[in-house]
Design a protein around this ligand. Structure first.
Ligand SMILES: [Zn+2]
Ligand SMILES: [Zn+2]
Length: 550
């Protein structure tokens, strides 16, 4: 066919240009394009959009200006949209503003598709105001315009506006589609509002989007992140033909909640159903083994990962294995595993080892791990504190204070601890020793009363945990006023007694607060779920799902 026809001409030529660009044969594409006897706007567009899709902004722009000067034909909106999206992906602000001007000069400022592309571009640049103005100046917004605005608010960390725009969109008689829901669920995640997710779940049903696998996967992921693994399972069960992404999301849920045995069963099921595991699958599986203390199983899967599934061990897998071995006190094995690594260990790997040394009080290995961590990230206060705690626990007070002094000279910023809890469609956020809440008096009274009650049945405040605390939010007399304790007291006051109390903490929970939650779950006979920076803790009947290792 190629020989019998002049392939450079017309439609075939345009298709070939796109094809070459798609495959990355840029010189071929350009040569063919230059040889084309009759270049029309379609040919030019193939070239521009090909470069745009490849993310080659420079080339894209030079073709665009050649087109403006050489071409007698008018530029059409497709060309402009291609270049705008290239600017958006490259986050090239100056070029983006230039394109906006071109669009105005070409009289395209009211073309819906062009404006949508501009809104999307300004959203990526973080210029929410510009996106906002363009949106409201449109004579008529279509579905894509609304979706773009919902995405702009979500991407720029203003999730409540995303929800507002969604509501306005519904008032305007539009039904959400996949793109709307994916952005919106992302906004719900940032808002940490479980109730809102339930509402969105209802909307998903009413709009018949529950069959959509991308939405279902996002939703189940969200439920497990917000502490509701059982609903995640239901959402998963309703997916008619779960794909690898859905399986992986569900496995991640099991891992996050420390449900090791179920994670393994689920993994085996996915393999039986023909899903080929990859490195992400194994990261979740190994992390599930580690969170449940399944040493034998973890070792087995780590081995077959490369031998059977040909997945090479990466840094995340090593972190999980070090955590797994370390948790069981197999510190020498964990240390040996790091020494035998072909990759350069990162802070995740050393951090797992240091965490284990803290729990099992191993000074020599702990010191090595902390030194490596400090070398990798000298401005992170946690490593200095952990090292100092290891020294203090061993009675090496002068070494401990040297480390603290070193920290003061090196560390610039400290991350303050806070906890939040959802009530009445609102998020209530607390910091240490917080009296800012309108119900503050009641909350602190409840906290004091609860602490007294748990002390009566044997709770002992752990002064040691101050030494071991990594949260930095502590002063000795502040331990009873940690943010998670205040959030817990608030939850006891206001939340439905038949539902689990869900608290989210930005840092690692300290041993004293962990113990408090265990005792409170016992006396109040309720489930308390605390998500800290490490994992989920499910407290009930005086025990925690992490078996006191996190
Ligand atoms: Zn605490
Ligand atoms: Zn726990």
């Amino acid at each position: 066919m190629v020989k019998s026809l002049d392939y450079r001409d017309g439609f075939i030529g345009d298709q070939l240009v796109s094809c070459y660009l798609h495959k990355g044969s840029i010189p071929d594409a350009q040569k063919l394009f230059d040889e084309m006897p009759h270049k029309d706007s379609v040919s030019w567009n193939s070239l521009v959009s090909g470069f745009s899709k490849r993310g080659e902004l420079g080339t894209c722009l030079s073709v665009f200006s050649r087109m403006r000067s050489e071409m007698a034909l008018e530029l059409n909106e497709l060309t402009v949209i291609s270049v705008i999206s290239a600017c958006a992906s490259a986050k090239a602000r100056d070029e983006g503003n230039y394109l906006h001007c071109c669009a105005v000069k070409l009289g395209m400022e009211l073309e819906v598709k062009v404006v949508n592309a501009l809104i999307n571009m300004y959203g990526k640049f973080g210029c929410v105001d510009s996106a906002f103005k363009l949106f409201w100046a449109m004579p008529e917004q279509n579905m894509v315009s609304w979706n773009s605005m919902v995405a702009v608010w979500t991407q720029n960390g203003i999730p409540n506006e995303a929800v507002n725009y969604f509501n306005m969109m519904r008032v305007n008689g539009l039904f959400p589609d996949e793109a709307t829901m994916v952005s919106l669920l992302q906004a719900c995640e940032n808002l940490h509002l479980g109730r809102l997710v339930e509402t969105m779940h209802g909307v998903i049903f009413t709009c018949g989007l529950n069959e959509n696998i991308t939405i279902a996967t996002t939703l189940l992921n969200l439920y497990s992140k917000l502490g509701n693994l059982s609903v995640s399972l239901k959402v998963f069960a309703e997916i008619r033909k779960p794909d690898k992404v859905a399986f992986t999301a569900m496995l991640a849920g099991y891992a996050m909640h420390g449900r090791g045995k179920e994670a393994i069963e689920f993994f085996e099921r996915s393999v039986r159903e023909g899903v080929e595991p990859d490195h992400v699958t194994f990261t979740h599986l190994l992390s599930a083994c580690s969170h449940s203390g399944l040493v034998r199983e973890g070792k087995y899967y780590f081995q077959i990962m490369s031998e059977v599934y040909k997945v090479q061990a990466q840094l995340d897998h090593y972190s999980c294995m070090v955590d797994l071995l370390g948790r069981y006190g197999l510190l020498n094995d964990a240390h040996q595993l790091i020494k035998n690594m072909t990759l350069e260990p990162n802070s995740g790997v050393w951090g797992a080892l240091l965490g284990a040394c803290r729990v099992h009080r191993n000074i020599n290995i702990g010191k090595e791990a902390a030194e490596n961590l400090i070398a990798l990230n000298p401005s992170d206060p946690r490593n200095y504190i952990m090292l100092s705690n290891i020294y203090s626990a061993a009675g090496l007070w002068s070494d401990a204070s040297k480390v603290r002094a070193l920290m003061k000279t090196k560390v610039l910023t400290r991350n303050p601890g806070y906890s939040f809890i959802e009530h009445g469609n609102k998020i209530h956020r607390f910091v240490v020793d917080d009296y800012s809440h309108p119900d503050s008096d009641k909350i602190h009274k409840k906290l004091e009363e609860t602490m007294r009650r748990i002390q009566e049945i044997g709770f002992v405040s752990e002064t040691e945990s101050i030494l071991h605390d990594v949260d930095v939010e502590v002063k000795t007399d502040m331990i009873n006023k940690h943010s998670e304790k205040i959030a817990l007291a608030y939850g006891l006051l206001v939340c439905n007694a038949h539902k689990p109390l869900v608290i989210i903490k930005n840092l690692r929970i300290c041993r004293d607060c962990h113990n408090t939650a265990k005792f409170v779950s016992l006396i109040e006979k309720r489930t308390i779920i605390i998500r800290d920076s490490k994992r989920f803790h499910h407290f009930s009947d005086g025990l925690c799902s992490c078996s006191d290792y996190w």
